[in-house]
Ligand binder design. Sequence first.
Ligand code: ZN
Length: 176
Amino acid sequence: MPENKVRKYFSLIEAWAWCDICEDMIALRLDKDEIISGLKMGIYTKEHKHYNLSPDLEDPDDASGQEHTIYIYINDNYDITGVKSFFGESPTTEEIGAESLEAGDEVRIPVIVKDISPMAVQLGMLTKEQFKVLKICDGMNTIEQVATIAQRSVEDLEKMMDQLRKKGLVRVIKRT
Ligand SMILES: [Zn+2]
């Protein structure tokens, strides 16, 4: 799969994100202001609904002509660190865990339990990094995927998850 790509301009970002459903790059223009206001929460998530204008009509499994969503995770350097493609409101646990199962790993999906305001960071209750990671625990990512999006090692992330769990902020859904 081709790499996600961004071109950074003064007030906007041109982004190309890989959609697994279209099996193609999706081009987007994002306002920097929009990203910056979203980034106050550590990571910016862009939700983009679309459908493939030229699906493969000879492939019965190609459903890309139907509307679906990509979720694009963008960091404070305006780089894309993760993309999710799915139909409906959110991906299923099976879809989220497919990568882990293929690798023979247990599927662990961290989910935020309590919504925390950015104030918690100012008050010293959470570090910036913990706050950013919490935001990626949107129920659409395994621990390994959260690590990739947050650009941290899985070991690092497991440690952080333990701390966040002890604070009662996340729970980890497991599937084998
Ligand atoms: Zn698509």
